[in-house]
Write a protein that binds this ligand. Structure first.
Ligand SMILES: CC(C)(COP(=O)(O)OP(=O)(O)OC[C@H]1O[C@@H](n2cnc3c(N)ncnc32)[C@H](O)[C@@H]1OP(=O)(O)O)[C@@H](O)C(=O)NCCC(=O)NCCS
Length: 162
């Protein structure tokens, strides 16, 4: 399995992967325009030349970034791919010198295992909620907010070396 930054030819498979879970209400949809515009945010997991997972790191502010559009194809889940994708986004944030990586998610335990810490949603700056206007659950958001503090990044580095 290869973890690498996304290429332009990955946009269609990334779109299809996200769309399937978005239709189940598990994550926000992404249209092609949004994927092309933000392609540099994306990392993919590839097996046999097929994109089987993806994650985006969106920079929100000088001290805050967000993991978005995390998805692993159903037949490859539970094999550590989601973990490796999130570690890659955390390392990217660390390289850029960004202190925090946010996740708004239903997968609370998955992120906690990676060292993300629960935070109060009303403690987050308003800019975090900008894209929520596209969400059907805008008025009844039930996602959990978690933050990874990149300065405590020793654990994530060690996990990768294991
Ligand atoms: C959430 C998701 C990305 C996890 O990817 P994955 O490749 O299956 O996860 P991993 O195999 O890397 O799991 C890492 C660890 O988290 C645990 N885990 C994974 N999903 C979990 C869940 N839903 N609840 C609790 N633990 C979970 C695994 O058991 C594993 O634990 P371990 O290290 O003790 O073995 C994947 O299930 C998915 O794409 N779901 C649908 C889309 C979605 O919900 N995306 C998240 C949007 S924020």
């Amino acid at each position: 399995m290869l973890i690498r930054k996304a290429l332009i030819t990955d946009v269609d498979p990334i779109h299809d992967l996200i769309q399937g879970f978005a239709e189940q209400g598990l994550m926000l949809p992404r249209n092609h325009r949004s994927l092309y515009e933000h392609l540099q945010d994306f990392t993919v997991a590839v097996i046999d030349n097929k994109v089987v997972g993806t994650a985006g790191l969106h920079v929100l502010w000088k001290d805050l970034s967000e993991v978005r559009s995390l998805a692993v194809s159903t037949d490859q889940q539970g094999l550590g791919i989601g973990h490796q994708l999130v570690v890659a986004t955390i390392q990217e944030a660390q390289r850029m010198g960004i202190d925090q990586v946010l996740s708004l998610t239903y997968q609370t335990k998955f992120f906690q295992k990676l060292g993300f810490i629960l935070v109060r949603r009303d403690s987050l700056p308003h800019k975090v909620w900008k894209d929520c206007v596209y969400c059907k659950k805008f008025y009844q958001c039930d996602e959990t907010a978690l933050v990874y503090y990149t300065r405590s990044g020793v654990a994530v580095q060690q996990k990768i070396a294991d």
